[in-house]
Write a protein that binds this ligand. Structure first.
Ligand code: ATP
Ligand code: MG
Length: 263
């Protein structure tokens, strides 16, 4: 059994009187992709943000294992959190909003190195070329601005940026829901390749059961701030116990363009 890299314990988040996350415990194991599915407003993004400490929990703990140590993310100093930040990366849903329109791809991809004062072995320029290769973009992309790219290409830039510092956990929050189905399928296949090549540890958030079935090792199902079902992708997607999960399955169509190797 691989170790838990990230673990949320009894997480609660309230906004005013609304308890939007209600006693959620989950762990992300080394090298796996954990899926979080659920209807809109069920708390998927909030859970992911709590795990990365982008949002402070009202109660509960988050533990992160890295370099043989366990960090209690609620109690470490701001300074230590800044140091750990690079190990915890996220790609957001909207590839248009996430990129600064005034920055070239070169500037966008170089920024994480500047922020963290890090020079990769072999230099930044070489690492940028490598990153573009990893996400399937041509080197000519470096001098271009976001508006010169399609949505799918922009999401590739976002993924490259998220991978720049070789994070230990990558959260993908509905990374293809703003894209056309065929373009989304290409990005999904890219993520599949990245999982296989680099053994990335991922949290993949989606409304789509077929996508989760395709990409994830284990799945948690959320409804109104709680986990209502969890298990392996086969258990949750092919033999769900809960009516709610079956309704989610029925609500999402099959995925054209995604290689069907999990039939
Ligand atoms: N900053 C905030 N202030 C108040 N309420 C919030 C805030 N962030 C989230 N919520 C509420 O928390 C609940 C869960 O939101 P969240 O964004 O986590 O859901 P989600 O499952 O990611 O939904 P979607 O699929 O639409 O992205 C929603 O009811 C939302 O309105
Ligand atoms: Mg969300």
């Amino acid at each position: 059994m691989p170790n838990a890299v990230l673990r949320g314990e009894h997480l609660v988040k309230t906004y005013g009187s609304a308890r939007v996350i209600d006693d959620v415990s989950l762990e992300v194991l080394a090298g796996e992709t954990l899926g979080i599915v659920g209807e809109s407003g069920s708390g998927k993004s909030t859970v992911a943000r709590l795990l990365l400490r982008l949002v402070e929990p009202s109660a509960g703990d988050v533990r992160f294992h890295s370099g043989g140590r366990e960090y209690d993310l609620r109690r470490i100093s701001a300074r230590e959190m800044r140091r750990l930040r690079r190990k915890l990366s996220i790609v957001f849903q909207d590839p248009y909003a996430a990129l600064d329109p005034r920055m070239t791809v070169r500037q966008t991809l170089a920024e994480p190195f500047a922020i963290h004062g890090e020079v990769p072995a072999g230099g930044v320029a070489a690492r940028l070329r490598e990153l573009l290769g990893e996400v399937g973009l041509d080197e000519s992309a470096l001098g271009r601005y976001p508006h010169e790219f399609s949505g799918g290409q922009r999401q590739r830039v976002n993924i490259a940026r998220a991978l720049a510092l070789r994070p230990e956990v990558l959260v993908l929050d509905e990374p293809v829901s703003a894209l056309d189905v065929s373009v989304g399928a290409q990005v999904i296949n890219l993520l599949r390749d990245l999982q296989r090549q680099y053994g990335l540890t991922c949290v993949f958030i989606s409304h789509s059961m077929p996508l989760v079935r395709y990409l994830c090792d284990r799945v948690v199902v959320m409804q109104r701030g709680k986990i209502v079902e969890s298990g392996t992708w086969r258990e949750v997607c092919d033999a769900p116990r809960e009516t709610y999960t079956r309704q989610l399955l029925a609500a999402t169509p099959e995925l054209p363009g995604v290689a069907a190797d999990r039939m």
